[in-house]
Design a protein around this ligand. Structure first.
Ligand SMILES: Cc1cc2nc3c(=O)[nH]c(=O)nc-3n(C[C@H](O)[C@H](O)[C@H](O)COP(=O)(O)OP(=O)(O)OC[C@H]3O[C@@H](n4cnc5c(N)ncnc54)[C@H](O)[C@@H]3O)c2cc1C
Length: 494
């Protein structure tokens, strides 16, 4: 029998990444491994990261999380997509919703039918063929047996870490409070051997998970892994965040409102709104950003604006030696499509799938890094798409986004869609065709051609098929309660 070499996993950091890792590892592998987490209350967490994508629900199912309990503990609301305002041109608006857009066939996607119908003059806007889009626009929501709807959540980040901590501790994970002063390494292999706390306590382990946020204490400070900087593509490097009181019913979508040098978010929770202004410090001063943030908020402030600095890019290896970086320590592609928590969850899931019971090996590490790299690069391209496909010319920031050189992978994808309306999801890529489609069209990328599969059927049949899709969706949305009414009922257990 192969001897189990990795028995004790030490997690450094207790933000969303640290507690996600602790909860999943202890709940799923707790019978085989010991899980210890070190965090420092004095340092605290980044405190943002409140919008998610639907994969969070798969992760919750893996942990056996009760949805109502989660919603109450994190003051969460439901999210059906993101409303992008002012991205193509000032005054433009589109929703990137989570669900399917229409129905295609094996030969091609729905967009080909839709483009055919639009040319013939009988297509509604593309969003009319997506349940999630229409529900978001109508601010309605229902889940459970009543409807099959694709959704995610807006959640309170601090409450979420607390919630995950309770799961982790009840599954046997042990928390140690204290500031990590130094990291010990094996003189020969270079592997990490222990975290030494300021108190002098030594926390030894076989495998380490770096969740220390932007500090990247293990993966960078100790292991000097290196970082690929993507700020030439994604130059926003600061965010100002402030919480305000809710002023009305919660909407089931995030708002991402472009401004002269970045964008603003608005994330509705049950009791408050999370607001933030993301900007490029090369194009907007901190004072001007502060004024723009305050000018754009509604409702009384609950907190003072807080400045967060970041750099967009990825750690050269997410897994280096016997250390895996998760969360902000592994890289950050700015929060536009709410992908960071997803990348944490997929990273933890992958770690459990590739867990090095027999010891860390190059083969396991390479496989993990390969998948992590492909996934974050797919996210990167998707985010760059939003900036690059702007028609805005009202500021240096937007002019430079429009004219910048983009990754070849993305340039090919845009050219393909522009020429033929063909969109695809590469293997190991997060965003589905429906997402690429909605954002490309939403940002004003007009296909010059399309597949003629719609011409195979008589125009009347195409018209009837589209009308039936649209009216079925309209009926389903019409039967839903408002998002706020559903939330009130669902969270109260009624
Ligand atoms: C402006 C902004 C907006 C974002 N919005 C979204 C979003 O909408 N959706 C989304 O999915 N993601 C978002 N993110 C990303 C999200 O915030 C993070 O992925 C998530 O919070 C995980 O952070 P973390 O746990 O890696 O780091 P942190 O929350 O920073 O946690 C780091 C932990 O390490 C500990 N630590 C650090 N140094 C030491 C030390 N010396 N000793 C002991 N402990 C230490 C800290 O105490 C803390 O517990 C956003 C990020 C930013 C910057």
């Amino acid at each position: 029998m192969v001897e189990q070499r990795v028995k004790r996993v030490v997690i450094a950091g207790g933000g969303t990444a640290g507690w996600c890792a602790a909860a999943a590892l202890s709940r799923q592998l707790g019978a085989l491994i010991e899980v210890v987490l070190v965090e420092s209350d004095a340092i605290g967490t980044v405190g943002v990261g409140e919008a998610t994508i639907p994969t969070i629900r798969t992760f919750h199912q893996l942990l056996g999380i009760d949805e109502r309990e989660f919603l109450r503990a994190t003051s969460a609301t439901f999210k059906l997509g993101i409303a992008f305002e002012n991205w193509g041109q000032v005054g433009d608006r589109y929703i990137h919703s989570f669900g399917e857009v229409g129905h295609g066939t094996w030969m091609g996607g729905f967009q080909h039918f839709w483009l055919q119908a639009r040319e013939a003059g009988f297509a509604e806007p593309i969003g009319a063929y997506s349940l999630e889009h229409e529900a978001a626009e109508a601010r309605r929501f229902a889940t459970g047996d009543q409807s099959a709807i694709s959704y995610a959540y807006h959640l309170d980040a601090t409450g979420y870490a607390r919630f995950l901590r309770a799961i982790a501790e009840s599954s046997g994970a042990v928390r140690k409070e204290g500031r990590i002063a130094r990291v010990e390494r094996d003189g020969q292999s270079g592997d990490l051997t222990a975290l030494v706390l300021e108190s002098g306590e030594r926390v030894a382990g076989d495998l380490f998970v770096d969740c220390t946020g932007f500090r990247a204490l293990l993966i960078e400070e100790a292991l000097e892994t290196g970082f690929d900087d993507w700020s030439h593509w994604l130059p926003t490097d600061r965010a100002l965040a402030v919480q305000t009181e809710a002023t009305g019913p919660a909407v089931p979508y995030t708002r991402a409102i472009a401004h002269e040098a970045g964008w603003r978010w608005r994330i509705p929770l049950q009791h408050r709104i999370g607001n933030g202004l993301v900007y490029s410090s090369a194009h907007l001063s901190d004072d001007a950003a502060h004024d723009a943030l305050i000018a754009g908020i509604e409702g009384d402030r609950r907190t003072d604006p807080r400045l967060i600095r970041y750099r967009t890019g990825q750690r050269r290896k997410a897994w280096n030696a016997n250390c895996i970086a998760l969360g902000l320590s592994s890289g950050f592609v700015e929060p536009l499509e709410s992908t960071s928590i997803h990348l944490i969850m997929i990273g933890v899931t992958r770690l459990m799938q590739l867990f090095p019971f027999g010891g860390v090996s190059d083969a396991l590490r390479d496989r993990y890094n390969d998948l992590a790299e492909r996934e974050i690069e797919g996210v990167r391209d998707f985010i760059i798409l939003h900036y690059h496909l702007t028609q805005r010319g009202d500021s240096e920031f937007w002019k430079s986004r429009r004219t910048m050189a983009i990754p070849d992978s993305l340039a090919r994808r845009i050219a393909l869609f522009r020429e033929s309306a063909q969109a695809f999801q590469a293997s190991d890529e997060l965003f589905r065709v429906d997402s690429w489609l909605q954002v490309m069209l939403g940002q004003g990328l007009e296909p010059q051609g399309y597949h003629h599969m719609g011409k195979i059927m008589p125009p009347d049949r195409l018209k009837a098929a589209l009308e039936s899709m649209r009216s079925n969706i309209a009926d389903a949305v019409g039967a839903m309660p408002t998002h706020q009414a559903f939330l009130d009922r669902y969270c109260n257990g009624r």
